[in-house]
Design a protein around this ligand. Structure first.
Ligand SMILES: NC(=O)CCC(=O)C(=O)O
Length: 334
């Protein structure tokens, strides 16, 4: 039996095909198998904070600003504090390589010179005794030269408990509105990412990852109570899709969903939609904001996932035996 509360369960679960940013995405059969060993910690109450912060072009200033806001949120009692996507750099394909730094696998390997952003998270998480979700930063793997959009999570004892490299790169072309190609400079990750806290299991994606219900489904199958998607939607898709997708993932998976965004900067090349929000497992928005700098707080009881899961037991009722696309013709051939 695996003991998971506050433990860096990812490595222990590697053999079971469930990981915290360390294993390849399980195939569907593996995902079903993952339900067994993925015994999640009993869910409970926590105060969550989403830091909707302004991010500029000065990396050191971005880190200082993030640290100030983390301290403010911790001072208000938040225990799980989440930064947005790209909290240390502007969001743009050309910026990623320039701002990228390595992210070590363990806190013991972190150095201020090589890993300034991770070191800040480790130092502050330890001092304040909080979980810090480092939304995302551009990460370079020096061995391959690959650059990733990566979220690192640090526990209150300063350990790295999750590293999520964005799995679905944001490559879209909406003529006359927005063209964006993360794949010009980024490499996609290939891992399903979760971490455990004393209040329940948290599944992690980054921004565009929220558009893929299959990924969220695997997080739920792996025992997630809360799905966290640091993101930076834009002014074209944000108004229609940001809240809709967050609520959809909450209802699909009967899980809490939290979506921290950067604040909007009217002078930036890429303008973030903002509207950081927390959604409950019924799909209700329980905390939100507009587009300016703000801290969104939510007191949530992750045990509340139990009611919709028992009342509307879609995960017991789904017909995995039918959900395979087969070519058929109208006359009944196969
Ligand atoms: N940073 C992102 O992945 C942006 C995703 C987005 O805006 C979308 O519409 O999807």
């Amino acid at each position: 039996m695996l003991a998971l509360a506050r433990a860096p369960f990812p490595r222990r679960l590697l053999a079971a095909g469930v990981a915290c940013g360390l294993a390849a995405l399980p195939r569907p059969a593996d995902a079903a198998a993952a339900q067994g060993p993925a015994t999640a910690p009993a869910p409970g109450k926590l105060k969550l904070a989403l830091l909707q912060i302004s991010v500029g072009s000065d990396k050191a200033a971005n880190l200082e600003h993030a640290e100030r806001k983390i301290r403010e949120a911790a001072g208000c009692g938040a225990k799980l504090i989440c930064l947005p996507e790209c909290f240390n750099s502007p969001y743009g394909a050309s910026f990623f390589p320039a701002y990228a730094e390595e992210i070590p696998e363990t806190a013991a390997a972190a150095t201020e010179a090589a890993h300034p952003s991770t070191c800040m998270l480790i130092r502050v998480a330890r001092q304040l005794g909080v979980y810090l979700v480092g939304g995302s930063i551009p990460e370079v793997d020096r061995a391959t030269g690959n650059v990733y959009n990566c979220n690192v999570v640090v526990s209150p004892d300063g350990e790295i408990v999750c590293k999520h490299r964005k799995v679905h790169l944001f490559d879209i072309d909406v003529p006359g509105k927005i063209t964006f190609r993360e794949s010009d400079t980024l490499t996609a990750g290939d891992q399903l990412s979760l971490f455990d806290t004393p209040w329940g299991r948290v599944g992690v994606g980054i921004c565009y990852d929220i558009r893929f219900p299959q990924y969220a489904h695997l997080l739920r199958l792996s025992g997630a109570h809360l799905l966290l998607y640091p993101g930076a939607f834009n002014m074209t898709t944000g108004p229609l899709h940001w809240e809709l997708l967050a609520r959809a993932r909450a209802v699909d998976n009967q899980a809490f969903v939290a979506v921290p965004s950067p604040a909007r900067d009217p002078n930036a090349g890429y303008q973030a939609w903002g509207h950081s929000s927390v959604i409950d497992p019924w799909g209700k928005v329980v905390a939100t904001t507009e587009h300016e700098e703000a801290i969104v707080y939510a007191e949530v009881d992750l045990a509340e996932v139990d009611t919709p899961r028992q009342s509307i037991p879609v995960f017991d009722q789904k017909r995995d035996d039918l959900y395979t696309l087969k070519w058929t013709n109208a006359r009944g051939g196969s």
